[in-house]
Design a protein around this ligand. Structure first.
Ligand code: BGC
Length: 726
């Protein structure tokens, strides 16, 4: 439809019909839902007037072609103007075929695989009738106490931006209107949610606008450049103003500066939360503040439903604010092709063919293996020889709680636990399995059994971790060690002196005391998704060489948090020369650096870096420099390496990070093979936000680093020279 046709449609709508469009309610509010529209408990307390229910413009959490078709059908029967309902759901790391959590996918540093996982998730969701996914989540994260770090791709804005684009491309494809196996994407949570104080969910965020723009906003901008159709607001405050009432963020930045013309939706209940935040005295004021600041759709509270009409009729609010929001929402419905086909992709037959098909499971297996990060491998205890007798112990030995948070449509019974994955690749008589303890509880009898089995084995694999409720939304923790029962299991097993490997299932960087210092090898498998057990077995037995690298630093302990690679130098930096001095910026009881830094991850082979050179040691705005480095596979198995390029701007107008990622390439090398890897670095990549928020580069010297992670690098320097006036 043309804009004029949409405006014409809006002009025919009654006030109630328009208000209905800016409200989103969950599935139970709708006729035709599988629970037959039973509204109970807290939902009833929203007091949405009955006559409004038939006008509600979008539904949250409906799924399955049968249900979505039936909801749409019944809805349209009651709809005077036959405006289709928009169906939105959280399809975060898969629909039913569950991929590893986003923090794990980030660790693959593989944008193609990330895009593919989003394409598959979109396809399964779209044939089940979903139109919009609440993804990607692109919040920058530096605090592993926050349970939602598992939803992000980590602590670096450059990498997050690259993954944001890849995911949006994957979800949306290239033609939302006609390709009905794609879904529209809603980038979230705008903005700053990843910086909740103390890692406590929903907590205050306090940072300068400069820092917000420099670190926290680029991934949103990238997602919008890739075409993301919606933006979701965050729960937190930003400089004292809740994000869902934040005019500076939504009107001034998003709409005016970035020209975003898509739909802004609040997070769940965030409009009404303006009351406890203390910026609105009641629902009416909350509605007024949110719509004025730019929230088009209110999710799951009744402020718009119960108060917009009165606000407009008393002239407290300009009806144009509502009209604009409705136009954007109808435009989105049109862009999805819903006016032509309100059922869009929803097709039970296609659903049966596509959802969880073998190609999707295979992709989940590949991505899960590529997401594993090998943190330690002393004496090359990994890969395991399939001729060895193995004891697989620990609470995750046979657990199917490996899908991770935000896999509400995933079926745990379809997940492959580690024991099944290993058994498929080993004679059954060689694998002994026991738990030894629960995730959070001791079990003396089981511990004795585990010890017995370990004694009879050549090697022990300990499958340890956090249950999925221990992270995700509202999953903040102040202690990020493994629970004591599991640490006790590790201690009892290592006493036996057998080669011991720990495989970790979790959604955040952990404090690995009591594990990493005890065992010979550690494989971080995250929440690996549906094919987790198979993928991890692929790594343990060497069918796949691990190539994942961390995108979020692992601290020594909680006291060090936040610890991230791109921090500032301070006026009293710690270094080799002042190692004995007291008055330097340091801890008395712990190193400053992370235990495992950003970009870190081992392989079964090893890579040698040499011959780092620049095309010139002088860069100008119209003369980028080319960086070359030789990378050699110096081991005896084929492997993949993520070659990382960082810079440091030595003198800026404001202080600059010690290192900033500016490029990376994932390459595959056969044993003995060498490759010259090339990067181009431009003046544009050296720009940053100055004190007055202007975005440009400064002349002067830059250090450039290339290496296997943010700490182990080769260094070279160049100068940026700009002619006057630039
Ligand atoms: C979460 C969002 C999610 C929404 C809808 C909220 O609690 O913060 O990330 O998209 O619920 O389910």
């Amino acid at each position: 439809m043309k804009v004029n046709q949409i405006k014409d449609l809006v002009s025919k709508m009654t006030l109630d019909e328009k208000i209905g469009q800016v409200i989103q309610l969950a599935t139970p509010f709708f006729k035709g839902a599988s629970d037959e529209g039973q509204i109970t408990g807290p939902m009833k307390e929203m007091h949405i007037p009955d006559h409004m229910l038939q006008h509600i413009g979008s539904v949250l959490g409906a799924s399955g072609a049968k249900e979505t078709r039936s909801i749409q059908e019944q809805y349209l029967q009651d709809s005077r103007l036959r405006i289709p309902l928009l169906i939105m759901s959280d399809i975060i790391h898969g629909y039913k075929t569950i991929f590893p959590v986003p923090l794990a996918i980030g660790s693959s540093w593989d944008l193609e695989l990330a895009e593919k996982s989003a394409t598959i998730a979109a396809k399964e969701a779209a044939v089940s009738g979903v139109h919009v996914t609440f993804a990607p989540m692109v919040d920058l994260v530096r605090d592993p106490r926050w349970g939602r770090v598992m939803e992000s791709t980590g602590e670096d804005s450059y990498l997050n931006s690259a993954f944001a684009k890849a995911q949006v491309r994957g979800f949306q494809g290239s033609d939302l209107k006609h390709d009905h196996e794609s879904v529209a994407s809603c980038v979230k949570h705008f903005a700053g949610y990843g910086a909740a104080e103390g890692g406590r969910d929903y907590n205050t965020v306090n940072m300068s606008e400069r820092e917000l723009r420099e670190s926290y906003l680029p991934a949103f901008k990238a997602a919008l450049e890739a075409g993301s159709k919606l933006v979701m607001t965050a729960f937190n405050t930003v400089d004292g103003i809740p994000a869902s009432a934040n005019k500076l963020l939504m009107r001034d930045l998003l709409r005016e500066e970035w020209n975003f013309d898509g739909v802004v939706i609040s997070d769940w209940g965030a409009v009404k939360e303006l009351i406890p935040h203390g910026v609105a005295s009641d629902e009416k004021e909350a509605a007024m503040k949110a719509i004025t600041a730019g929230v088009d759709i209110e999710m799951m509270t009744g402020c718009y439903a119960n108060h917009l009409q009165q606000l407009i009729e008393t002239n407290a609010m300009d009806v144009e604010l509502l009209n604009e929001a409705v136009i954007r929402i109808l435009q989105l419905k049109d862009e999805l092709g819903l006016f032509d086909d309100p059922y869009r992709g929803a097709d039970e037959k296609r659903e049966a063919e596509v959802v969880m098909c073998s190609a999707h499971r295979q992709a989940a297996r590949d991505i899960a293996a590529k997401s594993c990060v090998l943190l330690k491998n002393e004496q090359d205890v990994l890969p395991l020889a399939t001729t060895q007798k193995m004891a697989l112990l620990g609470p995750f030995a046979n657990s199917n709680d490996i899908l991770g948070p935000w896999s509400w449509l995933g079926d745990k019974n379809e997940a492959i636990p580690l024991d099944v994955g290993m058994r498929n690749q080993l004679p059954a008589s060689q694998l002994y399995v026991a738990n030894g303890c629960g995730v959070n509880k001791h079990c003396e009898q089981d511990l004795s059994k585990a010890i017995e089995l370990a004694k009879q084995s050549d090697v022990v694999v300990l499958a340890l971790g956090e249950s999925s409720e221990m992270s995700g939304e509202a999953g903040s923790r102040t202690n990020i060690q493994l629970p004591q029962a599991q640490l006790d299991l590790v201690a009892a097993i290592v006493k036996l002196g057998k080669p011991t490997v720990a495989v970790l299932f979790n959604g955040r960087p952990l404090d690995l005391h009591g594990v990493v210092d005890q065992v010979d090898a550690v494989l971080e498998a995250w929440y690996p998704g549906t094919e987790g057990g198979t993928a991890i077995a692929d790594i343990l037995f060497g069918n796949v060489n691990p190539s994942g690298k961390l995108t979020m630093s692992f601290p020594y302990n909680v006291g060090q948090i936040p610890v991230y690679y791109n921090s500032y130098n301070t006026g009293r930096p710690q270094g080799a020369i002042n190692a004995q001095e007291r008055y330097v910026s340091q801890y008395l009881d712990c190193p400053n650096e992370a235990l495992f830094p950003f970009g870190y991850g081992l392989s079964y082979t090893y890579f040698k870096y040499s011959d780092l050179e620049l095309s010139s040691d002088l860069m100008t705005p119209d003369k980028p420099i080319t960086v070359k480095v030789k990378v050699t596979n110096a081991g005896d198995v084929a492997g993949q390496e993520v070659v990382q390029l960082y810079i440091r701007d030595l003198v800026g107008e404001v202080v600059r990070p010690l290192k900033e990622l500016k490029g990376f390439q994932k390459i595959s090398l056969q044993p003995g093979e060498e490759r010259v890897v090339m990067f181009t670095l431009t003046e544009e990549q050296l720009r940053y936000h100055h004190a007055d928020l202007s975005y440009h580069s400064d002349e002067g010297r830059f250090d450039l680093y290339v290496g296997a992670n943010s700490q182990d690098v080769m260094t070279i320097s160049f100068n940026l020279h700009k002619t006057k006036g630039e």
